[in-house]
Design a protein around this ligand. Structure first.
Ligand code: ADE
Length: 277
């Protein structure tokens, strides 16, 4: 996979040399190019922004540097044999970045990122390239960053670990929290390793029992407990048929019940009586 990033802070992308993404690059699984947007400015001050039409606070990134930069990146990529680019525009007004979208992006051969500073990029730039390639405007969460570079790092890491051969065991993706298409998306429960006793704290006996069935059940109960506490929306979204008898017992203990209106097997809702709180 080829990745291009156009930014006014190329040094912000240094983490792409480290750890999983860095190793994927070293192995040739990822071909990363970081470009300085200011290379496509031609005035003395290397201006990339200007005041917004219609007034208001902040500055808007100008069309010309972005247009010239993207044309040049596209020409370079096509020349080196890359095909089917997609433009990834990090913005707090984008669609939420999810595991499902990470999987979709991991199947594309070439991603071009345009992290913006200030109030964003002149809309005409996105509209122009949308006529030539798929454009994904993505938000990594409901908060506002000072720029899109951190979002590029987030998206890149989530995508890179899905590429064939990047993680040791390809099987492991299927069990990721948030794996797309799963009937249940539960958060992972707690994990433990040696030593068995640390500062007077031991580990749950069941994990030492060697009983795989009981261990699996315990892990599932802990996942339900954690998901109910931190992400009740995920429990509500689960297909009721995904919950077995023991799941239902656990959910009941945690204060959840099937929606009586949703016949015959309604989705689960937190019981209004507050039991299990
Ligand atoms: N740029 C600023 N905030 C952002 C966010 N939440 N997601 C993606 N890009 C951003």
């Amino acid at each position: 996979m080829r990745l291009d990033v156009v930014t006014i802070f190329p040094e912000y992308l240094e983490p792409l040399n480290v750890s999983l993404v860095g190793k994927a690059r070293a192995r040739g699984q990822l071909n990363v190019h970081v470009h300085d947007l200011r290379s496509w400015t031609y005035d003395r001050h290397n201006t990339v922004d200007d005041t917004p039409y219609g007034g208001g606070p902040g500055m808007v990134m100008k069309t010309e540097p972005w247009g010239d930069a993207l044309d040049s990146v596209l020409a370079d990529g096509y020349e080196s044999g890359s095909r089917a680019p997609a433009l990834i525009v990090p913005t707090p007004s984008g669609r939420p970045f999810t595991q499902e979208l990470a999987v979709e992006l991991s199947e594309r051969p070439w991603l071009i990122f345009t992290p913006a500073r200030y109030e964003g990029i002149d809309r005409r730039v996105i509209d122009e390239y949308a006529t030539r390639m798929p454009v994904y405007e993505v938000s990594i969460g409901d908060y506002v960053l000072a720029g899109g570079e951190a979002a590029v790092l987030v998206v890149t890491e989530a995508v890179a670990r899905l590429l064939p051969g990047v993680l040791g065991n390809a099987e492991s993706h299927r069990d990721d929290s948030f794996a797309p298409g799963a009937m249940t998306n539960l958060l992972e429960g707690p994990v433990y390793t040696k030593p068995p006793l640390w500062r007077g704290r031991d580990i749950p006996d069941v994990l030492l029992s060697g009983h795989h069935g009981k261990i699996a059940r315990w892990r599932r109960d802990e996942a339900l407990r954690r998901t109910a506490a931190h992400r009740p929306d995920l429990i509500e979204r689960c297909e009721p048929k995904a919950f077995d008898k023991k799941d239902r017992e656990m959910l009941s203990i945690l204060g959840w019940a099937p929606d009586p209106e949703g016949e015959p097997h309604g989705r689960f809702w937190r019981r209004p009586d507050g039991v299990g709180e």
